[in-house]
Design a protein around this ligand. Structure first.
Ligand code: TRP
Length: 452
């Protein structure tokens, strides 16, 4: 099998690039919401359990497939077996779809960052967020389309450089910076009078709230956050050095991602509680609730600026990974240069992202069961497609690549402590749980009145 593809230069390259992919909007608005809904610290406990039991095993699988084949997603699965090439196609399709609407939200974040940077108080109008996303404000700088394209363009420019100069270098600067900003905000929040009461909302476990939903929520969140079975870790695995310890890398990746989620929740949930707002899910939390909270806080303007800077870094580095996977189709299949495929990919992002971008304004008639186009795309990629690529990856390892070969790849560069549970996990336990989240996800969306 060929190993002629690009490689990370630095020993820490994989960790920072993969963390850049993992830390994103999922950590910033989904995790805090889930903790608040599903039993506080009890949810955090279940999440960490899921991460150790499933997350690491599945992340190791993706990384090892990439490193063993030395190929990016589509070629990797094609190399292993023609019968499983569909897994490669689905794994590529998911980030491609997500990149479209993720750049739309990235654009909103950029807009808010500039508002905080210029000191404008526009966002405090109660209907600012709605008018902005519904494209009903005048002027190009108030158009979500402008910000969407700007965000996607910046990601494309970084990705058009070779991986060492663009992706690796930028991630190695941006991710440590993100962690520093996070710690600074967290330390500041801890000094706010009355924060103790807010923290107790977050950290006190509420065992009564633990039910099937808690586990499904934790499991789904883990998949999304670590970007498992979405082609990302296979691709980055193929850029990894043959001497790099795969299992250790997966643990560090899961650890940093979980740290960011827990600390972000520790900042957001208590703040929202002590300023009498509500922890809601999704974009409303970041673009409506948080600005109102920051406005009531001392130094809230600076904290708002830091928070949207952190969110910009998180979103941008996550999009890098989606773009990398998307680009791999063009570079590998058509054999074109990286720079050209980056801009071809930008065009595809534009085609996919323009309808969710207009989905709250001119296209808001496309609406079903509480979902606009953006939420529908999210549902399609994460609830409907993802389980297929995840189960497909497990089946491919069991039936085509063979478990012993994967284990050999992991052990060639370090210990594999989870080896004993690996086989039953990948054969039965993981596919079973993935099927469950698929079924529950579909029920919840199409039959919301059914209580699980
Ligand atoms: N993990 C990111 C988050 O938590 C999302 C993400 C990054 C992603 N790369 C991806 C999702 C690739 C799908 C495919 O927000």
């Amino acid at each position: 099998m060929s190993e002629c593809g690009p490689k990370f230069k630095s020993k820490r390259g994989f960790i920072w690039v993969a963390t850049g992919s993992a830390v994103g909007l999922g950590n910033l608005w989904r995790f805090p919401y889930l903790v608040n809904q599903c039993g506080g610290a009890a949810f955090i406990f279940v999440y960490i359990l899921c991460l150790i039991v499933f997350g690491i095993v599945l992340a190791v699988t993706d990384i090892a497939i990439g490193r063993k084949t030395g190929k990016t997603v589509i070629r990797a699965f094609l190399d292993i077996s023609k019968k499983y090439r569909w897994v490669g196609y689905i794994s590529v399709l998911i980030p491609l779809i997500i990149s479209g609407y993720y750049c739309v939200i990235g654009g909103w974040i950029f807009k808010y960052l500039t508002i905080y940077a210029t000191g404008s108080s526009d966002i405090l109008n109660n209907d600012y967020y709605e008018s902005f996303i519904s494209c009903s404000m005048d002027g190009i700088f108030n158009s979500p389309i402008f910000w969407f394209i700007l965000f996607a363009l910046i990601a494309t420019i970084v990705m058009s450089f070779n991986i060492n100069k663009g992706l690796e270098k930028v991630s190695m600067i941006a991710m440590p910076l993100l962690l520093c900003i996070l710690v600074v905000i967290a330390l500041f929040v801890l000094t706010i009078p009355g924060i103790g009461e807010g923290l107790s909302y977050y950290f006190i476990p509420d065992i009564n709230k633990i039910n099937a939903k808690t586990f499904i929520g934790a499991f789904g969140q883990m998949f999304y956050s670590l970007s498992i079975a979405m082609g990302v870790l296979v691709t980055f695995g193929s850029y990894m050095d043959k001497n790099e310890d795969i299992e250790k890398s997966a643990f560090i990746l899961g650890g940093i991602d979980c740290f960011v989620s827990v600390i972000t929740g520790m900042i957001i949930v208590p703040l929202v509680h002590i300023y009498n707002e509500t922890v809601i899910s999704g974009s409303g939390l970041m673009f409506y609730v948080l600005p109102r909270v920051f406005a009531q806080m001392e130094f809230g303007h600076i904290i708002g600026l830091l928070f949207f800077l952190l969110a910009s870094i998180a979103a941008l580095t996550s999009v890098f990974s989606m773009v990398e996977v998307g680009m791999s189709i063009f570079t590998e299949i058509f054999g074109i240069k990286r720079e050209i495929s980056a801009f071809l990919n930008l065009f595809v992002i534009f085609l996919i992202g323009i309808s969710p971008c207009l989905g709250y304004g001119p296209l808001s008639f496309v609406y079903f069961e509480g979902s606009y186009i953006l939420e529908m795309m999210d549902f399609f990629a994460n609830t409907l497609l993802l389980p297929f690529s995840a189960i497909g990856t497990c089946m491919c390892v069991v039936h085509a690549l063979k478990i012993e070969n994967l284990v050999k790849e992991v052990k060639s560069s370090g210990p594999f402590r989870l080896e004993r549970i690996y086989s039953p996990m990948i054969k039965y336990v993981a596919p079973f749980f993935i099927s469950l989240i698929f079924i529950f996800g579909v029920i919840q969306n199409f039959f919301p009145s059914v209580i699980i």
